[in-house]
Design a protein around this ligand. Sequence first.
Ligand code: IPE
Ligand code: IPE
Ligand code: MG
Length: 248
Amino acid sequence: MSVAHSLDPQCIPRHVAIIMDGNGRWAKRQHKPRLYGHKVGVDSVQEIVECATELGVEVLTLYAFSTENWKRPADEVGGLMGLLKNYLQKELNRMLKNNIRLTCIGNIEKLPSDVREVLEKTMAETAKNSKLTLNLALSYGGRSEMVHAIRNIAEEARAGKLATEDIDEKLIDSHLYTAGLPDPDLLIRTGGEARLSNFLLWQASYAEIYFTDMMWPEFREAAFIQAVKEYQGRERRFGQTSDQVKSG
Ligand code: IPE
Ligand code: IPE
Ligand code: MG
């Protein structure tokens, strides 16, 4: 890590989820096309992945493309898909070297077939890696994820594989795209907006939320460390009183 930091190594969030927002506005400020913002945004992704790995974060979920983002102009969608494919091809060796496992959440059937092929190949080749899980949210929406889960649960109930009483939080968890991953501890949104935009609606119930006005292309290592620092200063109560939390 290039930046010296004063983080408590005992209190690193296990799962950090990031809404990487602000690429377009950042580019506009530089009088550049939106796609340029997305390109520089990929450099931020590289840097944050490396930093999270070094800090010992277990899961890093990056919101790269939402179900609603399909409504953007075709050239922007195409440009983003191209950047994703390039990123995966370029980063495979580094993922192997740094013990990074790539996973994804979302309706990936909707991705162009060439992008899906590279994605599936990268996931297969990194499947046994165990340091950081880099989880890309692609064509992801929290509501659509719930529809997908409820359909599967209903199908299992119809087939007699489970009873209504079997439906509890754990069962729902196990039918979400994030099955097997811990809930996010820290949710960061760059770009100045204070909203979830359909991201991890179920899983973020008790995430600590950190909003910053910084645009995603400028969000780098020092900014990430600052966000984790703030997280470390928060008291997570999970509905209990402060005294209860302190007495363990
Ligand atoms: C985030 O940046 C990247 C994606 C949503 C794909 P934006 O493209 O949303 O940038 P702004 O919010 O328009 O500045
Ligand atoms: C959220 O950003 C989605 C991603 C970062 C991929 P948007 O730019 O799509 O969100 P809104 O439209 O401002 O809510
Ligand atoms: Mg945006």
